[in-house]
Design a protein. Structure first.
Length: 200
């Protein structure tokens, strides 16, 4: 079973990439978010090998957390790889865990996930995640960091809640503490406007 791959992104398609390893083999890797699909870059991905009677598919993940969450999600009856990938790429790992912790199935709806499937996900994964660990992740983002603090204050002045801002910052980049104020503010605001469907 393939668990990770390292190689050059040889070609990019709508739903998958071809990752060419050093031995010259090109692997079709599905499920990656747009920001990971950069042709010509050398990348290493966690890989989940999904077996069915008809085919074998490889799903790629940038982070260990998304790799593990995907495996949890597909244990839920009715949640297949397509739905799990949609949830992770559109809602984010920490948002999904928080929704499950808070039994907030509505936050999981959309992008191909309906009411019943969202409810089943919350019910079947209840007790799986620890809110304290999520809070520790937020602290590691460094709200002591001046830039993040300034962005949070600017967004609060626009009417967004601290919870909305925290979740947005968790989802706009791998290393938000290293992003300049202007870019971080713009990216976070765009995320919030897309999530809430309104401009404040």
């Amino acid at each position: 079973m393939i668990a990770s791959l390292n190689g050059i992104i040889k070609d990019v398609f709508d739903n998958f990439i071809i990752l060419e390893t050093k031995d010259g083999v090109g692997y079709k890797v599905e499920g990656l978010p747009i920001e990971a699909k950069i042709q010509g870059e050398e990348k290493e991905f966690f890989i989940f090998t999904h077996y069915t009677q008809q085919e074998v598919r490889l799903f790629g993940f940038i982070s260990r957390d998304s790799f593990l969450l995907f495996q949890d999600l597909i244990t839920v009856s009715g949640v297949g790889p397509k739905s799990a990938i949609s949830l992770i790429n559109n809602i984010g790992v920490d948002n999904i865990k928080l929704a499950i912790i808070e039994k907030d199935h509505k936050s999981l709806m959309g992008n191909g996930v309906g009411l019943k499937l969202a409810q089943k996900t919350v019910i079947e994964l209840a007790g799986k995640y620890d809110n304290q660990k999520l809070n520790a992740t937020k602290k590691s983002l460094g709200y002591e960091n001046k830039t993040l603090d300034e962005v949070a204050l600017a967004l609060e002045s626009l009417g967004y809640s601290k919870k909305e801002i925290d979740l947005a910052i968790l989802n706009i980049g791998n290393d938000p503490v290293d992003i300049p104020f202007e870019k971080l503010f713009r990216n976070t605001l765009n995320y919030l406007q897309k999530k809430t469907g309104s401009i404040k």
